[in-house]
Design a protein around this ligand. Sequence first.
Ligand SMILES: [Zn+2]
Length: 272
Amino acid sequence: MSSSQVLNDLEYLSSDSLKGRKTGTPENRIAASFIADRFKKLGLRSFTPGYIHPFTLKNKSNVEIQGANVVGYVPGKKKDILVISAHFDHVGVINGLIYNGADDNASGTSCLLSLAASFANTKPNYTLLFVAFDAEEMGLQGSKAFVANPPVPLETIKADLNMDMISHNDKGELYVSGTFKTPALKPFLPNGYGLLKLLPGHDDPKLGADDWTNQSDQGSFNRKGIPFLYFGVEDHKDYHKETDEFKNINKPFFLDAVEVIRQTVKNLDEKF
Ligand SMILES: [Zn+2]
């Protein structure tokens, strides 16, 4: 997997043509198909026709709409599972402005595709489930639907590694949450990669709003008692603004983030 592929994927997913990937829009479906097509090209296995796991939810106006998670997997030597996840939806078009969601969360989604490519032709110890969640922006709806109606027994899921906003930080700091609850995961975390520092934190309930445990899809796993690692940056000036665009991400930082997460998955698969 070349660094240009993962950047090209991020650029495409956050391009104006996908209009901010809002759940329930045709462009959100195009993004889901793009992910499913990649899973197919890589030879990932599927639980359903075309990797798509549909679910229904209500939008803000209380209208029932369709969402769809995209799920592919690489069978491991054992049945125990590591879920690797990122949400692909964003908030769409607001007042005529396209909210491209480059960092949130084209970054995590393109990293997910890069990790899927790395492990597609391997025989991992764990069965690796690659999950692109829909409707995170509407209240973690995709991951809630996933744990409510999982394609595998929940008790076989040993951890969720979730990525949400991993491409935009001026200080070279990527946070990883989850080891406050599950200290046993700490030995598998690298200190960093390249110029990037990987900092455990944002997971102590005493932090209040700065405890990120339930602020993205890892929260749905946490509520089921499943350990998690969540990778993300602190909020930045472009967070949930129309300026969260490809040109404003930190490309070298993002590429380092992809590598530090790839290394974490390898460490967990080999030794956890
Ligand atoms: Zn997000």
